[in-house]
Design a protein. Structure first.
Lengths: 431, 91
């Protein structure tokens, strides 16, 4: 068959699988025949369910609703471009060593799904369980980390204590000199933690969801939530016209309070800018992820070679999607202290994302006082790691109307009942 | 970094001299509050885009709390005023 015929055959397939055979076929045509990864549909007048927010969590929700709950008439609305919010702005760290059982269940659920995700989506999300090491700088850190390790062990979550020497063996770049301003006294190491390619996670879920018939509608900002006489949701006002639906799932991270206010619901959330930076690209020098909550820095290396560095949140609530330079400076000082080798590196880019932080630093995956309105938010500074698990349980909730056992404790009502899930010490970003 | 005018010191100083104190004008009334009101006082926040009334404390200066109206999209501060004063109209 001539290359052109191959190309025509390739184009006729709406959801072309990534396989060795297709790769070889497309190669013969200079890779000109690959179809678009997802459709760009016009919004219909109504859907069975609408997810607001096409980040990783929202797209995963739509994907699992279609795949596991047989729903096809679903739209995902996105005010910008898909994966352009915190999904494309985070530092891609994956771990599950949280303190409380409900947290271990949900982050552990996500951790399991990460392992098979590339196969499931037929999309390389570049999941790399290269190990995540949380550095302890004081006796207090050591006590807290060991408490986490023991709790994790009881829950069957892998997490271990390592000495400074063992930490250096695991990450040779690490400075364990006792003359440091905040010397390293040890570390909690989750060997099964690691990173994934954040954009690929959004793209993979978008492609898979679109292939199952989900309409992903970008450049479509929600301007209002319509409710019927009984108070239940009846649709959304958007910049691309009104869309009717009986079920809405809000998955909008930093913008959740604004959207929920449209439905008359006040949220226990505050939105803060969180910053990250990347350095100029290097040959591989950093074999794992290292995080320090105490002096506030964390670093890993992307497959492109850039060192990916996470800074802290600004002190005040903001939607600016930038952060104060003094926050980034403080982080770079800590990075230079922990990794003196990189002190002469230039930083290539820095940026901010808006994270929605709950009072107990645990997410809200919940029904709301408004019938038909569901919310998945409050992932704060650490939502990326939870993407598959979050989408999986939220899909169950939006599809069936009832919580999945794993997300049942993460209610909105816990802030009234007092059944908080305090993960302030497990969240690696101090805020 | 923000440049914040302390209404007590009557000086503009860099943000690092201050500590953020969260949403302003929250009314605390434990004696009469029911569960809903108490939960709202503790946890529910406006967290809106646009003008936001908030508290700051001048920790490296006079040490006092005061209020501030800042736009949460541009981060531009329109006014700062002393604790106990009402939010200026139109701000």
């Amino acid at each position: 068959m001539a290359p052109l015929a191959f190309a025509a055959a390739a184009r006729s397939s709406s959801a072309l699988k990534f396989s060795f055979l297709n790769l070889a076929r497309q190669a013969l045509n200079g890779h000109q025949g690959w179809p678009e990864q997802w459709r760009f549909p016009e919004p219909k007048s109504g859907y069975d369910a609408i997810i607001v927010g096409a980040g990783g969590h929202g797209l995963a929700t739509a994907y699992y609703m279609a795949k596991e709950h047989g729903m096809r008439d679903i739209a995902v609305l996105e005010k910008g471009w898909l994966g352009g919010g915190n999904t494309g702005r985070n530092t891609t760290i994956i771990r599950s060593n949280y303190l409380w059982e409900p947290s271990e269940a949900i982050y552990g659920h996500a951790h399991k799904l990460w392992h098979g995700l590339a196969q499931e989506l037929n999309y390389n999300v570049m999941f790399s369980p290269r190990g995540v090491m949380l550095i302890a700088h004081s006796h207090h850190d050591e006590q807290i980390f060991k408490r986490h390790i023991y709790a994790n062990r009881l829950a069957g979550t892998q997490n271990e204590w390592v000495t400074p020497e063992q930490a250096k063996e695991f990450c040779p770049l690490l400075n364990i000199d006792r003359s440091m301003r905040y010397p390293i006294v040890g570390a909690a190491l989750q060997r099964s933690g690691g990173t994934a390619r954040h954009d690929a996670v959004a793209w993979g879920y978008a492609r898979a969801a679109s292939g199952l018939g989900v309409d992903i509608i970008q450049n479509c900002e929600v301007k209002g939530v319509n409710r019927d006489a009984s108070g239940a949701v009846s649709g959304l006002e958007t910049t691309r016209g009104p869309i009717a639906t009986k079920k809405i799932g809000i998955v909008a991270a930093g913008n959740t309070s604004v959207l929920m206010a449209m439905a008359g619901v006040r949220m226990p959330l505050e939105s803060f800018p969180l910053q990250a930076l990347v350095s100029e690209p290097l040959k591989p020098i950093m074999p794992c992820v290292v995080m320090s909550n105490t002096i506030h820095a964390y670093m890993s290396q992307s497959d492109k070679g850039e060192l990916v560095i996470g800074a802290g949140t600004d002190a005040y609530t903001s939607y600016s999607q930038t952060g104060g330079l003094h926050i980034a400076t403080q982080t770079l000082e800590a990075i230079c202290e922990m990794f003196p080798t990189v002190s002469r590196l230039r930083m290539l880019r820095n940026w901010g994302g808006i994270v929605d932080v709950t009072p107990d630093r645990s997410p809200i995956i919940s029904k709301t006082p408004v019938p038909g309105l569901f919310v998945n938010c409050g992932w704060g500074t650490g939502g990326f790691k939870a993407t598959p698990g979050s989408g999986h349980v939220f899909a169950h909730m939006v599809a069936t109307g009832e919580p999945h056992p794993i997300n049942a404790p993460f209610t909105l009502d816990r802030f009234r009942s007092g059944a908080l899930i305090n993960e302030a010490a497990a969240a690696a970003v101090a805020h | 970094m923000l440049l914040i005018r302390c209404p007590y010191c009557e000086m503009e100083r860099p943000e690092v001299e201050f500590r953020y104190g969260g949403e302003a004008h929250l009314v605390r009334d434990p004696a009469s509050a029911n569960d809903e009101e108490w939960s709202a006082f503790l946890y529910l926040r406006v967290n809106d885009k646009g003008a936001h009334a908030e508290r700051w404390r001048h920790v490296a200066g006079c040490g006092r709390y005061f209020n501030c109206v800042r736009d949460t999209i541009t981060d531009k501060i329109s006014v700062t005023y002393k604790a106990g004063e009402a939010r200026p109209e139109g701000m």
